[in-house]
Design a protein around this ligand. Structure first.
Ligand code: FES
Length: 120
C-alpha cells in the first residue's frame, strides 16, 4: 500500500513517553481529526468522529480493554480494530501507526491510490 507518513510525536521534542498509557487525545494531522490512543502494545489511531452522533472520541476515555469510550453516549470502540461493541454494530476507521527511533508516525493512503470501493 502506498502510504504517506506524518510524524505526530518527536521523542527529542516531546520526551520518550509523550502520552500516558490508557489515554486518548485528539490530534489534527493531514486534514484529519484523529483519536490517538496509547496502549501497552503501542499507539493506535482511529477517526475522532464517533459514528453514532459525531461525538469526539479523543476527548473520551480509554479503558483497560483498549477501547475508547465516547464521552457523549458511552459507545465503545476497539482502538486496534475500530470495531464497536457487539450490540452497537458499527465501527470507526483505523489508521496505521509506527513507532520509530525518532518518534511516532501515522500513515495515510496517498491520494490517487484509494481502492475504487473507497472512493465514495
Ligand atoms: S455520539 Fe458517540 S456514543 Fe453517541
Amino acid at each position: 500500500m502506498n502510504m504517506e507518513w506524518h510524524k505526530i510525536y518527536d521523542f527529542k521534542m516531546h520526551g520518550a513517553e509523550p502520552q500516558l498509557l490508557f489515554s486518548v487525545r485528539t490530534i489534527d494531522v493531514n486534514d484529519h481529526m484523529i483519536c490517538l490512543g496509547r496502549l501497552p502494545e503501542g499507539y493506535f489511531a482511529v477517526s475522532d468522529k464517533c459514528p453514532h452522533a459525531n461525538g469526539r472520541l479523543g476527548i473520551g476515555q480509554c479503558n483497560e480493554e483498549g477501547k475508547v469510550i465516547c464521552p457523549y453516549h458511552r459507545y465503545k470502540y476497539d482502538l486496534k480494530t475500530g470495531k464497536g461493541d457487539e450490540k452497537q454494530g458499527d465501527a470507526v476507521q483505523t489508521f496505521p501507526v509506527e513507532t520509530r527511533k525518532d518518534g511516532v508516525y501515522i500513515g495515510f493512503e496517498k491520494e490517487g491510490t484509494k481502492k475504487w470501493w473507497k472512493l465514495w
